[in-house]
Design a protein around this ligand. Structure first.
Ligand SMILES: Nc1ncnc2c1ncn2[C@@H]1O[C@H](COP(=O)(O)OP(=O)(O)O)[C@@H](O)[C@H]1O
Ligand SMILES: NC(=O)c1ccc[n+]([C@@H]2O[C@H](COP(=O)(O)O)[C@@H](O)[C@H]2O)c1
Ligand SMILES: [Mg+2]
Length: 201
C-alpha cells in the first residue's frame, strides 16, 4: 500500500515541524519538502511591487517535484534507501503492495498545482491568523532574507489569493489549527492518519 499525505498551509504554520515528527512515527515514511524546489534567486521574477515573487508557483521547479514524487511511487524502498531513511526489514523483501509505504509531501503551495491535486490520499492544511504568522515569520532565517515590507506586500496577499483558489478547486481538505501546541497538532494528525489509513489494512 502506498499512501501520499499532503501537509500544506500557510508559511510558518508549522508544516515542517509536524512533518518531521509524523515521519519519525509512521512506518516506512519518506518526505518531499516543496521548499527544496525553489528556483535559484536569479530566476525569481521581480513584480511591479518591486519584490522578488517567491510566493507564486512559478518560483518553484514543480516538474522536478513531480518527478521526485513519481520516483518514490515507482520504488519506495529504493527511494528510502537513497535518502537514508530506514526501511522495515519485511519491506526490504516483500512486494511494495503488501507493505505500508508513506510519503509526506509538505509545502506552502501544495494544492495550487493541478498535476498534483489527485495524488494525495489525505490532504491537510495548517492555518494560523495574520498576527501570529507575521510574528513567527519575523524570526525565520530563509536562504534569502525577507526585505522590509515583504510580508504585508507579497507573502500575506499571495497566501490569501492561493487559499481562495484552493477552496474553489479542492474538495476534502482537512484543516488543522496551527495555533494549537506542537504536541496537540501531532496527536491530532497522527490519530487521524492511524484511523483513516493504517486501519484500512
Ligand atoms: N504548533 C506550534 N506552535 C507554536 N509555534 C510553532 C508550532 N509549530 C511550529 N512552530 C514554530 O513556528 C516556526 C515555523 O515552523 P515550521 O515548522 O518551520 O513552519 P512552516 O514549515 O509551516 O513554515 C518555527 O519557529 C517553529 O518552531
Ligand atoms: N527556501 C528558499 O530558498 C526561500 C527563499 C526566499 C523565501 N522563501 C520563503 O519560503 C516560504 C515557504 O516556506 P515555509 O512554508 O517553510 O515558510 C515562502 O513564503 C517564501 O517566501 C524561501
Ligand atoms: Mg517549512
Amino acid at each position: 500500500m502506498k499512501y501520499i499525505i499532503g501537509i500544506g498551509g500557510v508559511t510558518n504554520g508549522g508544516k515542517t515541524t509536524l512533518t518531521k515528527r509524523l515521519c519519525k512515527a509512521l512506518p516506512n515514511c519518506c518526505v518531499v519538502h516543496q521548499d527544496d524546489f525553489f528556483k535559484p534567486q536569479d530566476q525569481i521574477e521581480v513584480g511591479v511591487d518591486g519584490f522578488k515573487q517567491w510566493d507564486v508557483i512559478t518560483a518553484l521547479d514543480m516538474e522536478s517535484m513531480v518527478n521526485t514524487i513519481k520516483g518514490w511511487a515507482e520504488n519506495p524502498v529504493k527511494f528510502a534507501r537513497s535518502h537514508g531513511i530506514p526501511v522495515s526489514p519485511t519491506a526490504e523483501v516483500s512486494h511494495p503492495e503488501n507493505e505500508i509505504h508513506i510519503l509526506i509531501v509538505e509545502g506552502f503551495l501544495l494544492y495550487n498545482y493541478q498535476p498534483l491535486l489527485d495524488v494525495y490520499s489525505k490532504c491537510y492544511y495548517i492555518a494560523i491568523p495574520y498576527e501570529e504568522c507575521k510574528r513567527r515569520r519575523s524570526t525565520r532565517n530563509y536562504t534569502v532574507p525577507d526585505p522590509p515590507g515583504l510580508f504585508d506586500g507579497h507573502v500575506w496577499p499571495m497566501y490569501l489569493k492561493h487559499r481562495k483558489e484552493m477552496e474553489n478547486n479542492c474538495l476534502g481538505i482537512e484543516y488543522l489549527d496551527g495555533t494549537k501546541s506542537k504536541d496537540d497538532l501531532y496527536n491530532e494528525a497522527y490519530e487521524d492518519i492511524q484511523n483513516t489509513l493504517l486501519n484500512r489494512l
